[in-house]
Structure formats: structure tokens, C-alpha cells
Ligand binder design. Sequence first.
Ligand code: NCD
Length: 331
Amino acid sequence: MRRKDVLDLDDFSAEELHEVMETAEAMREVLSRPIKRVPPLRGKTIVNCFYEASTRTRVSFELAGKNLSADVVNVGASGSSVEKGESLVDTTRTLQALGADMVVMRHPHAGAPYLVARELSAAVINAGDGWHAHPTQALLDLFTVRDRLGSLEGRKVVIIGDVLHSRVARSNIWAFTTMGAQVVLCGPPTLIPAGIETAVAEGRRRRWGDGIQSGVQKEHAAVKVQYDLDKACQDADVLMALRIQKERQAGALFPSLREYSRLYGLTQERVARAKFGALVMHPGPMNEGIEIMPEVAYGAQSVIEEQVTNGVAVRMALLYLLAGGHGGRAV
Ligand code: NCD
């Protein structure tokens, strides 16, 4: 991997995504061993800076670093010099001076990890910045789908609900379209960013030129919007529900939770409209009974727990590749 940082997936080629996926498979094999610890990051220090609430992402990064024998230090906003008014750049420079080789950052403001990445020679991984991006969640989602369904080419991935506030959706759009899947965004018009189809198409063209990447068909690698969930579910290979992000909603963007749930909640009837064997996903944490019904979340088609488990292998792969490891079965 020839990059210092992982800030989003908009600049990942299909080849690079494949390399992460193959390395994550090797890491999953490591995790199946009785002793889940390998030495590649021995002597390296990873600092997890989480300035926003997190359970799975923070623990997952901590375990990933430890499984690779790195020293892992956790820093939160409360109890650190941020409380004394130190700037983000100064805090992270201090962490680098203390020996951090990698900084994993979650921050409530979009762009914060980009600012830090520019200032530091240490590798920076974005673990979620505001509404903007959450690349490691998208990588673990991709890994989970690829593991269950094989090739992504021509697959229909439906992302449902609060797309407007979702950094998970934004990173997943890049991950899935780059692998040749069609992404359908479904939710109330107030929760789907206006003009997102054109914005994604333009973003892709700016990044990759008019010729779409090798092996990816133009009509597949695209984003569509559909406001009717029953229609969106038809022929879907993947149904991904998003959390209603109440904490990020300033005004009333839909009439009531009950109404929202009736129109956009993932029910068994809706899952039955999708392809046979379609996968049900959710990045967590879930509002059960609102965006997803418990019988769907814990049903036979749900891979929600697998997503969490796969997160450790995927983050191990990323840390390993960023530290200069080579893809494939090297551990
Ligand atoms: C998500 C996040 O924090 O962006 N959770 C996660 O990392 N698994 C999604 C959310 O908060 O809804």
C-alpha cells in the first residue's frame, strides 16, 4: 500500500480495495488460531484518539493493534489537554513527539483527520469524522458482503434511512461502486442529500477520468435514489439499514418516529422482497423497532454480528499494510 493515511475510500482503486480484502482474509485466519497474536507491529505505537462516542470502532482498533503486537494507547477528549484548550494539531504533534507511529482518529468535525494528516509524518486513519467519512466501517462492510456473496459486480446494494447524516453511507458509496456494485439510496427526501447521484458521478469522473476503472462497468458503478422502500427492496442483494442520527438532526426532518418506521423500517415483509439469500446489514448501534425490526436484526439473513467480528480482521489488515506490510498471506 503506497499511502501514508486512510482518510476516505474515494481515492482507493479497485486493486487497492482487493489488496485490503485479501490481507483481511489472512488476518481472519490469524484470529481463528488459539493464540491470536502475530508480531508485525512489534515496537510500533498506535494512539487511538476518540473525540466522540464509540464502542465497536474503538475496541476493534485497540484489539487490531494489540493482535499485531503494537503498543496501543487510548486518548479521549475528556481528561486530555483538549480540555485545557490545546488545538487538535498541537495535541497530535505532542502524541507524535511521544512516539506515535500511527494515529487513529474519531472526531465530531468533518475534515479533522485531514488537517492532522497534513501536519504529521505519522500515519493517520479516519475512524469517523462528522457526517463525512468512515472508511474502515465501509471496508468491513465490503469484506462481509464479499465473504458471503463473492463478486460485487452488478450487485444491488440498498442503503436505507438517514443517509444525510451518515458517514457510513458516504464511505460505502465509494467502496461498493468502485467494486462494481450499484448503490440505491432509500429514505425520506429530507434525509437524502440533494443531488447526490450527480455529485457521486462527478466525484468519480474527477478522480478517475472518463474511463471508469478496469473491470468496472459504468452502469453498475453508479448511485440511484429511490424514495419507496418496497420498490427499492426488489431484487436487492444487500439491505443496509442506517441508524436514525437523532443527535445530528437540528430540526424535524420527518413527522414522527412511528411514521418513519412505518415507511422506512426494515421489516420481514420488506426483506422478503429482496433476492433469495439477500444480506441484512446495519453498522450499529441500532434503534431496534425504528429503522430495523428485532426479528430482522437477529433473523437468518442478518450479518450484523459478522460485520462487528470482521471489523477486527479488516482493521488489522489496514494497520499492517500502512506499516509497510505486503498483501496476501504474509503473516
Ligand atoms: C457508526 C458511526 O459512528 O459512524 N457506527 C459505527 O462506527 N459502527 C454509525 C452510527 O453512529 O450510526
